[in-house]
Design a protein around this ligand. Structure first.
Ligand SMILES: [Mg+2]
Length: 176
């Protein structure tokens, strides 16, 4: 499948868990290649986020195979894949096609049956589009965490403000 817009994902998702894997399975997607850094783990980290874990469960329930597909070196990819309980392709050199071709061979699927999920246009989206995969762009983890904690931060500021306000009140027994 040739695409004309190489830098445009097929889907934007605010959260990994927003992706409707059942619908994509019906459209013929059989495998999910998911990016590591800032997509299912914080940058340079191998601890998978709860959102990442939930996404893997959802994709599997829809009947898909999930694997990490990362530019990270093998030792970090292996550790993260172990934490996620999935297979992995390391040192992928996205957006270049070499590792995608290896993944296609090893998974025994065609490129149009693969969904590539990631947080970067010039690696995850471009690489997947060049291969004719379905591509999904998600915001990097820091932004998603921010939107999730925005309300809490607001409440924290509000309470901090109240504390300052109370401090200004003189103590009833004070002589000052
Ligand atoms: Mg990334």
């Amino acid at each position: 499948m040739q695409k004309r817009k190489f830098l445009k994902p097929d889907l934007y998702a605010d959260l990994l868990t927003d992706i409707d894997f059942d619908v994509w399975r019906e459209k013929g997607i059989r495998c999910v290649l998911v990016d590591l850094d800032n997509t299912i783990a914080p940058w340079r980290n191998t601890q998978i986020t709860d959102e990442g874990k939930a996404m893997i469960v959802k994709a599997r329930e829809a009947g898909m195979v999930v694997a990490l597909f990362t530019n990270a070196p093998e030792h970090r990819a292996r550790e993260a894949a172990w934490n996620a309980g999935v297979g992995y392709f390391h040192s992928a050199m996205k957006p270049f096609p070499g590792k995608y071709k290896k993944a296609i061979r090893e998974l025994g699927v065609s490129s149009s049956e693969i969904m590539c999920i990631g947080d970067q246009i010039f690696t995850d989206v471009l690489g997947g589009n060049l291969m004719g995969c379905v591509t999904v762009l998600v915001p990097p983890i820091s932004e998603r965490e921010f939107s999730g904690t925005k309300i809490l931060r607001f409440l924290e500021r509000f309470l901090a403000g109240r504390k300052l306000f109370f401090k200004k009140k003189p103590c009833p027994n004070s002589n000052k």
